[in-house]
Design a protein around this ligand. Structure first.
Ligand code: 2AL
Length: 266
């Protein structure tokens, strides 16, 4: 099984870290291909960043369809482009906020999210509501650490995040902590050991979920909302994103690979 784990930002060191965390849950026979787009923001911590990360992400999905990928992980806690990716991909697509929050509900009475900047907490609350798990979400806490600080060796980030996780358990009434950034994935086991409650990393949760879905032969329904989008002209910078006309239909899913021609960034 081939799982493509897409870091939607363009920071290579974060992609390497994400790939390593995904591989910790890969079973024998599963290959993890961790990538980031060639275009887009270096980190995603605003709605603007998130919107501009989506074209590069969708280009990676389209390339994955040509490469025979079985399932995808979107490794950014804002879950950018999730629904559009589900429209393009034949296999399942799972994003890390959805996977982490749903996983946390199996593990305790309530979870708190510990994330990067305060400005991203609204998005996390919106996603908790969207996924139907807001009743389980006790709080969304920010460390005021920019995403790229997580890539600086020896930075104070690890200590600050661990302290915020401990405060979440002490003050929020939560018994599970969800880490709210893919760049925190490598901290999970250490923080859990220090604070004494389960800590969920969305990269591992999403990868394990995709692996389970593929192994069960399950894929996104094409019945209605997530059917392949109707091809139409895309112009200007997005001209390469014009979808191919369907050439064959297989189980309701168009057999054509994705974006027209080379596609931007391919
Ligand atoms: C993220 C994330 O997971 N990757 C990124 O660039 N920004 N999320 C966040 N809340 O900061």
């Amino acid at each position: 099984m081939l799982i493509k784990v897409i870091n939607p930002n363009t920071t290579d060191s974060m992609t390497e870290k994400i790939g390593a965390c995904a591989r910790t849950v890969a079973t024998v026979g599963t290959t993890i291909h961790a990538v980031n787009p060639a275009m887009g923001p270096a980190s995603i911590e605003s709605h603007y960043d998130e919107a501009l990360a989506v074209p590069g992400l969708l280009d990676e999905i389209a390339k994955g369809e040509r490469d025979g990928v079985d399932g995808y992980v979107i490794a950014c806690f804002g879950d950018p482009g999730l629904e559009a990716a589900r429209e393009l991909a034949a296999g399942p697509v799972v994003a890390i906020a959805e996977a982490a929050m749903r996983t946390a509900t199996f593990l305790g009475r309530g979870f708190s999210v510990v994330t990067t900047l305060g400005r991203t907490t609204g998005r996390a609350w919106d996603l908790a509501a969207h996924y139907g798990v807001k009743d389980f979400c006790r709080n969304v806490r920010a460390c005021e650490i920019p995403v790229l600080d997580l890539e600086i060796p020896g930075s104070a980030a690890r200590g600050v995040i661990t302290a915020e996780c401990a405060r979440a358990v002490a003050e929020d009434g939560c018994d599970v902590v969800v880490l709210g950034c893919a760049g925190m994935a490598d901290l999970t086991a250490d923080i859990s050991r220090r604070i004494g409650v389960p800590v969920v990393d969305g990269v591992a949760a999403a990868t394990a979920t995709v692996q389970a879905l593929v192994s069960m032969g399950l894929r996104t329904s094409t019945q209605s909302e997530f059917a392949r989008p109707v091809p139409k002209p895309m112009v200007g910078l997005l001209a390469g994103f014009t979808l191919d006309e369907p050439v064959a239909v297989n189980g309701g899913r168009a057999a054509t690979a994705g974006l027209d021609g080379a596609g931007i960034g391919s």
